[in-house]
Design a protein around this ligand. Structure first.
Ligand code: PLP
Length: 380
């Protein structure tokens, strides 16, 4: 079955009891047993819940994990909770490599949680194979890739990073939040684990916080399932329902996000009030060729620097009306923000510090003319 069909059907058979075509919200913490230890596969909702099972099966299918292969998905309460589960795979003395423009929350977790527990880390420019090679050590267990990165929209060659990580005896994790499996399937390119903040495009409507880890490796999947239950950062059934509902229209939404983002990027690139536009779909973007090769579209995120420095960035971000000034991304509504003062404040004063005059757009699915008119007016 094709992606669009799996998004609606994988893990989502009609409810066996009632025939409901939508997977119900199983709002239950426990399940009646016919005799001690005799149950229908569900015993306690931290361990498993049918709404969560449906979401996990759907997302595993969308990331290309074959049914019955032993690989799969574990859904988590947030993207950071997914990251925390991966953190349990590391021991003091282990080393991991992260991008030198990692999402601020990733950096905070690595530096201030894993780092304080004795895990060593190196931030490197993972768009540059030489820089990745130099960062790898005998103790490296994980290489952490985001592509495109948030908010610099750099593009990392996943197949090349996987080959380098594997040659060093490390696993490759790809944060696929910005691309989504509709545009990019890292497991097919050699990655070992895909991480999602399903708060973003997967949910797609800015009404839920969630996360997920997907792997095709049966042993790793089993360990992550164990950690999901042992540590317990699980999403509730209503949140799983919202993400599942979002998945059904992921393909449609991503098409429109990509079209709108391309229109907005072209408008900004041609405007003399803007000094730099970062969008992988622009032919002049450093990662354009790799993005063209490994993605099915260039995504809905656009970053730019208005002329006039940080003051101008703050002014533009405060002046839009259709674009809401807010953190997060990937919803149907367009959002604007200044990462250095908002989402990426936690990297201020570190080598990962974000340019103060950078404005990040999450381009929604409104009519593109309205989005361009809004930016045109806000640029003043
Ligand atoms: C690329 C990326 N990864 C992970 C996260 C963390 O996800 P969550 O906010 O759902 O915990 C975010 C959040 O903004 C993100 O942008």
């Amino acid at each position: 079955m094709k992606f669009e069909t799996r998004a609606i059907h994988a893990g989502q058979d009609p409810d066996p009891t009632t025939g409901a075509v939508v997977v119900p919200i199983y709002a239950t913490s426990t399940y009646a047993q016919s005799a001690p230890g005799e149950h229908s596969g569900y015993e306690y909702s931290r361990t498993d819940n049918p709404t969560r099972t449906a979401l996990q099966e759907a997302l595993a299918s969308l990331e290309g994990v074959a049914e019955g292969s032993g690989g799969g998905c574990v859904a988590t309460a947030s993207g950071m909770a997914a990251m925390a589960l991966l953190g349990y795979l590391l021991r003091p003395g282990d080393h991991l490599v992260i991008p030198d423009d990692a999402y601020g929350g990733t950096f905070r977790f690595v530096a201030r949680v894993l780092g304080e527990q004795g895990v060593a880390w190196t931030a490197a420019d993972l768009t540059d194979p030489a820089s990745l090679a130099a960062a790898l050590r005998a103790e490296t267990r994980l290489v952490w890739v985001e592509t495109p990165t948030n908010p610099m929209l750099r593009v990392v060659d996943i197949a090349a990073a996987a080959a380098a990580a594997h040659a060093a005896g490390a696993r490759l994790v790809v944060d696929n939040t910005l691309a989504t499996p509709y545009l990019q399937r890292p497991l097919d390119l050699g990655a070992d684990v895909v991480l999602h903040s399903s708060t973003k495009y997967l949910g797609g409507h800015s009404d839920v916080v969630g996360g997920a880890l997907v792997t095709a490796d049966p042993g790793l999947h089993e360990r992550l399932r164990f950690l999901q239950n042992a540590a317990g950062p699980v999403p509730g059934p209503f949140d799983c329902f919202l993400v599942l509902r979002g998945l059904k229209t992921l393909a449609l939404r991503m098409e429109r996000h990509c079209e709108n983002a391309a229109r907005v990027a072209q408008f900004l690139a041609a405007d003399r009030r803007v000094c730099q536009v970062l969008y992988p779909g622009l032919p002049g973007h450093r990662g354009h060729a790799v993005a063209h090769r490994q993605m099915g579209g260039f995504g809905g995120m656009v970053s730019f620097r208005p002329r006039g420095g940080a003051e101008a960035a703050h002014r533009v971000a405060s002046a839009t009306e259709v674009f809401f000034l807010a953190e997060s991304l990937g919803g149907v509504e367009s959002l604007i923000e200044v990462p250095a003062a908002m989402t990426h404040l936690s990297v201020a004063g570190t080598p990962l510090e974000v340019l103060a005059d950078l404005v990040r757009l999450s381009v929604g699915v409104e009519h593109p003319d309205d989005l361009i008119e809004d930016l045109d007016r806000a640029l003043g």
